[in-house]
Ligand binder design. Structure first.
Ligand code: 13P
Length: 257
C-alpha cells in the first residue's frame, strides 16, 4: 500500500521562539505516528538543524523548501542534498509554484533537482499545479502533463514510492479557495494515470498530496478521496490546532484504506 503524508510548508515564516512554541505543540499533539501517516515540517533553511534537534524522538520529520541541483562549489546561495542530509533532513520540496512564478524555476530545473535529491537519498516532494487562467481555459491537464513529463524524462526507471507528488492548484494557494474534494480527486486521478508512463507500480505507489488552503475543517473530505494521499499544507501548518487536526483527519481517513 502506498504511503501517506501530512507535510507542513512553513514558507518564509518563523523565528527561533515561534518555532520552539509551534514544535512543542506539535510534539504534544502528535506523540506517536498514527495509521502509518508520515508527518513532517519544512522550515526555512536557516532553521533546519534546530528543528531537527527539536523534533528528535518524535514522529515528526523535517524537509527543506528547496534543494540545489548541484553537489558543491561556486553556487552562491545554493544548498545541496549532502548538506541537508548531513543535518538530518529527510524530504525536499521541489518546484513549489512560488519558486516557479517568483524565482523563475523551469520544469527542467525542477527535474534536475529531483534527480539530485533521489541520487543523494532525499525524498523529493515535487510540486505541480495550474494557474487559475489555465484551469478556466481548459488547460489543466496539459499543464500538469508538461510539468510531469520533464520529471519523468529525467528519471527513466523510477523506483515505486521514491518520489512524492504534490498537486497544488495555484489559485487555491493562500487564497482560502480550496478545490472541492471531487475536483481535486478528478485531477489526482489524471495525475496517477499519467504517472503510468513510469510504470504501473510507480503510478500506484506514488503518494499524490493535495495542497492549497488545506485546513482542519476541510481535510477529512479531501483525504476521503481514493487518489488523495495526504496534504502539503501552508498557512495552517503554522497553527498547532490546525496542523494536528489535519494530521488526525489523515490518520482517520487513511486508517480506513
Ligand atoms: P496554503 O495552505 O497556505 O494555501 O499553502 C499551500 C502551499 O503552497 C503549500 O506548499
Amino acid at each position: 500500500m502506498r504511503k501517506t503524508y501530512v507535510i507542513g510548508n512553513w514558507k518564509m515564516n518563523g523565528s527561533l521562539a515561534a518555532n520552539k512554541a509551534l514544535l512543542a505543540g506539535l510534539k504534544a499533539g502528535v506523540p506517536a505516528a498514527k495509521a502509518n501517516v508520515a508527518i513532517a515540517v519544512c522550515p526555512p533553511f536557516v532553521y533546519l538543524p534546530s528543528v531537527v534537534d527539536a523534533v528528535s524522538g518524535s514522529p515528526i520529520g523535517v524537509g527543506s523548501q528547496d534543494v540545489s541541483e548541484y553537489d558543491k562549489g561556486a553556487y552562491t546561495g545554493e544548498v545541496p542534498v549532502a548538506m541537508l542530509k548531513e543535518v538530518g533532513v529527510t524530504y525536499a520540496v521541489i518546484g513549489h509554484s512560488e519558486r516557479r512564478s517568483l524565482f523563475g524555476e523551469t520544469d527542467e530545473w525542477v527535474a534536475k533537482k529531483t534527480v539530485a535529491a533521489l541520487a543523494g537519498g532525499l525524498v523529493p516532494v515535487v510540486c505541480i499545479g495550474e494557474l487559475e487562467a489555465e484551469r478556466e481555459g481548459g488547460l489543466t491537464e496539459k499543464v500538469l502533463a508538461t510539468q510531469l513529463d520533464a520529471v519523468l524524462a529525467a528519471i527513466p526507471n523510477p523506483v515505486p514510492g521514491s518520489i512524492v507528488v504534490a498537486y497544488e492548484p495555484v489559485w487555491a494557494i493562500g487564497t482560502g479557495k480550496t478545490a472541492t474534494p471531487e475536483m481535486a480527486q478528478e485531477t489526482h486521478a489524471f495525475i496517477r494515470n499519467y504517472l503510468k508512463k513510469g510504470g504501473e507500480a510507480f503510478a500506484q505507489d506514488t503518494a499524490i498530496l493535495y495542497g492549497g488552503s488545506v485546513k482542519a475543517s476541510n481535510a477529512a473530505g479531501l483525504f476521503a478521496m481514493p487518489d488523495i494521499d495526504g496534504g502539503l499544507v501552508g498557512g495552517a501548518s503554522l497553527i498547532v490546532e490546525e496542523f494536528v487536526g489535519i494530521y488526525n483527519a489523515a490518520a482517520d481517513q487513511f486508517g480506513k484504506r
